[in-house]
Write a protein that binds this ligand. Structure first.
Ligand code: GYE
Length: 330
């Protein structure tokens, strides 16, 4: 059994949530008398394979390290995450960690945590706030770099990616959740890399909210509205997998009639890459549990932690996907 508290944030009033405090009279921001760390974790949702792997990593690491994890799923809604963070403050958890669904609008609740003496760690996604004293550190990927890697591959493979041979590479972009750090930064990185080749341009760009269904619906619309689509750049595997369904339903062959580039490298994405339906994947590592728990322990022990901890990541071609797929954990 995992030691976690699942909170249906929107359904339970805060007064109920406040009943399950961590049971310590000590000031917030330290550990309990017996040394047990209580962490409140406000997750984004369960929108993608990446997110599922991320949640599992956090829950399993907390369990293995004896950290009492209170976990909530915000169903991709900022208001739910804010409610969850407030409930953790009321419960006087030792430390709060969260993956902000969007970048802006956090200052008020983070100030409440700060005033309550509860340290906050950002994990996976960043906030856009001028006051960096509102959190201890940010652990996660360099999303701009991920977008750049996707764009650089396209520049290197532009001739092959011009599938209709008209001399122009027409890209459609499936963006992540509007206002989310990975959506903003991956777009920025991709655009800056493709600027190196005038033949490549983005003909249409819309959000698919990081979900398979969202990717499928937006791709269906693009196939009707856009002429001569050569390439899909999807901000995550799930939207790319949704796009594959739409492309196949339109009687086209993904990988041949339309090239697909995605980010994440979860198992389903890697399987589609090995099959040649996706052409290139930039890795984004979801296994943040061990580093997160390590940072939490250090913060609570009063040790210095770096302001930013960047995850190491690679990229995969079809051949590389075939090699690593059998051992892929997630
Ligand atoms: O790429 C996507 C998920 O924030 C890095 O969120 C994460 C992104 C990931 O929904 O699949």
């Amino acid at each position: 059994m995992l030691k976690k508290t699942l909170i249906a944030v929107s359904a339970i009033p805060l007064t109920t949530l406040a009943l399950t405090s961590c049971g310590s009279d000590s000031a917030a921001g330290g550990t309990d008398d017996d040394g047990t760390i209580t962490m409140g974790f406000a997750q984004v949702g369960a929108e993608s394979g990446w997110r599922t792997a991320n949640t599992k990593s956090i829950q399993e690491t907390a369990e293995a390290e004896g950290i009492d994890l209170k976990f909530s799923d915000a169903q991709q809604k900022q208001e739910n995450q804010i409610k969850a963070i407030r409930s953790y403050i009321q419960q006087k958890v030792d430390i709060i960690a969260f993956s902000p669904v969007v970048e802006t609008g956090w200052d008020t609740v983070l100030l409440e945590a700060k005033r309550a003496g509860i340290p906050v760690i950002l994990t996976d996604r960043a906030v856009d706030s001028e006051d960096t004293s509102l959190y201890e550190t940010f652990l996660g990927s360099d999303f701009v770099l991920e977008g750049e890697k996707a764009g650089e591959w396209l520049v290197e493979n532009a001739a092959e990616a011009d599938v209709d041979g008209d001399g122009d590479v027409n890209v459609v972009e499936l963006q992540g959740t509007t206002g989310a750090a990975p959506a903003i930064d991956r777009k920025t990185g991709f655009e800056s890399a493709i600027a190196a080749d005038d033949s490549i341009s983005i003909g249409a760009s819309q959000t698919g909210d990081f979900t398979r269904d969202g990717g499928k619906k937006v791709m269906e619309a693009f196939l009707k509205s856009e002429d001569g689509i050569d390439v899909v750049f999807a901000h995550n595997d799930d939207m790319g997998l949704g796009a594959i369904e739409a492309i196949e339903a339109a009687g086209l062959t993904p990988g041949k009639d339309v090239k697909i580039i995605t980010i994440d490298a979860v198992k389903d994405g890697m399987a589609a890459l090995a099959e040649g339906k996706i052409s290139f994947i930039v890795e984004c590592n979801p296994l943040l549990g061990p580093q997160l728990m390590d940072l939490a322990k250090k913060v609570l022990a009063g040790e210095e932690v770096p302001e930013r901890v960047v995850t190491e990541e690679t990229t995969f071609t079809q051949e590389q996907a075939k090699e690593v797929l059998p051992e892929r954990q997630y």
